[in-house]
Design a protein around this ligand. Sequence first.
Ligand code: ATP
Ligand code: MG
Length: 382
Amino acid sequence: MGGRVTILDPSQHSPEVRDFEGSLLERLVGQDRAVRRLARVYQVHLAGLSRPGRPLVNLLFLGPTGSGKTRLVEAAAEVLFGDMSAVVKIDCAEFQHSHEIAKLIGSPPGYLGHRETQPLLTQEKLDEHHTDKLKLSLVLFDEIEKASDALWQLLLGILDKATLTLGDNRRVDFSRAMIFLTSNLGSEEMARLMTGQLGFSPRPDTGEENLDTRIYKTGFRAAKKKFSREFMNRLDKVIVFRALTRAHLEQILDIELRRVQERIVSSLTGGNQFVFECTQPARDFLLREGTDAESGARHLARAIDRHLVFPLSNLVATRQIQLGDLVTVDCEPTASKLVFLRQEKGALVAGQQNDVGGATALVMASDRSANTSRSLARRARS
Ligand SMILES: Nc1ncnc2c1ncn2[C@@H]1O[C@H](COP(=O)(O)OP(=O)(O)OP(=O)(O)O)[C@@H](O)[C@H]1O
Ligand SMILES: [Mg+2]
C-alpha cells in the first residue's frame, strides 16, 4: 500500500534563498558563480542539513584586486542582517606575530593583561547578529597568506572541527558560521595578464573566456604552491573571481551612484533632498578616474566621493541646492572636473509642488529620459 508517486524538482530554491540570491546579484556584478555557491550553502543551512561539527562552508576567494571578494561578504551581511558590517572580520596581516594572537583569543588566566584583553573571536562576537529566525554568522579572514604560523594552527582547527579554544579555555563554536578566506596570491601575475592585453582602456570583450581561464589557473597554481595540502583539503571550494570588463565597471558605477542617491534621500534632513543625474561624459570621467585594469573597481567609490560627493556636500551646505532640485552633473571631454547644473524644483512630481513629503515626491534620475539631462547640459554650455 502506498500513496501516489510524483517526480520532485530538486533544483527549486525556497523564496528566502531566491531573494537572497537576487539581492546579491543586484549588488555584485559579474561574479555570479560565487553568488550561486553562496545561495546553495544558505539553502542547505535553512533546510537544516548542514554537516554537524563543521562550519557551514569554507570558501577561499582568489582573484584580481578590486573584483568584489570582500564586497560579496559585506553584501551578504547587508542582505541577511541589513548591515554590511555584520561580519566578523580578521585582517590576517595584523596578526603576523604569534604574540598578537592574544588579541584574537585572549591570554591564559594569570598572564599579564588577561582581564583587559577582550578577544575578537568570542562566541558573543560570533553570535552578535543572530536573530530568532536566523542563527548564522559570517566570518572573513582577509589576506590569509600573511597569517603567522600560530594563526594558521587556529585556522586549521576552525576549518576542520568548527571549534576554537580561547586563552581561558572557553570554546567557540563555528558550526553555524560561513567562513570566507581571501588571498591576493597570484594577483600580481593576474594584473600582468590583464594589462598585458589591454593597456586600459578596458580589455576588448573578445577573448574574455580565455583570460578568465588563465586567471583561474594562475590563482589556483599560486594557492597550491603556497598553502599546505592539509589546508587545501579543508576547503569546500576555491572560487577565483573574474577580472571585470568595462561593461561590468559601468554597471558598478550605476550601483555606486544609486547608493549616493539613496544617501541623499535618506540622510539629508531638513527637507533638502534633491535628485542628481550624470551625463555620459560625467560617467566616463568617473570611470576614468576610479577604475583601471590593475585595480578593478577598488578606487571607484573614492573617485565618486572626491569628484561628486564632496562638491555636492558643499553645494548643499551653502544652500545652492535646495529641496526638490534636479542637479545635472556634466563634464567637458577634456576637463579635469565635473560641473554641476541646477534645475530649480526640477525633480518634483508635477502637481505636488506644494506638498513635498520627501523622497516620494522626487522623480528619481533613473526614471527620467537621458535626453532631458543632455539638453539641459547643452543649454548651459552654449
Ligand atoms: N564585482 C563587483 N560588483 C560590485 N562592486 C564591486 C565589485 N568589485 C568591486 N566592487 C567595488 O569596489 C570596491 C572594492 O572591492 P573589494 O573590496 O570587494 O575588492 P577585493 O576583490 O576584496 O580586492 P582586494 O583583493 O584588493 O582585497 C567594493 O567596495 C565595491 O564598491
Ligand atoms: Mg578584499
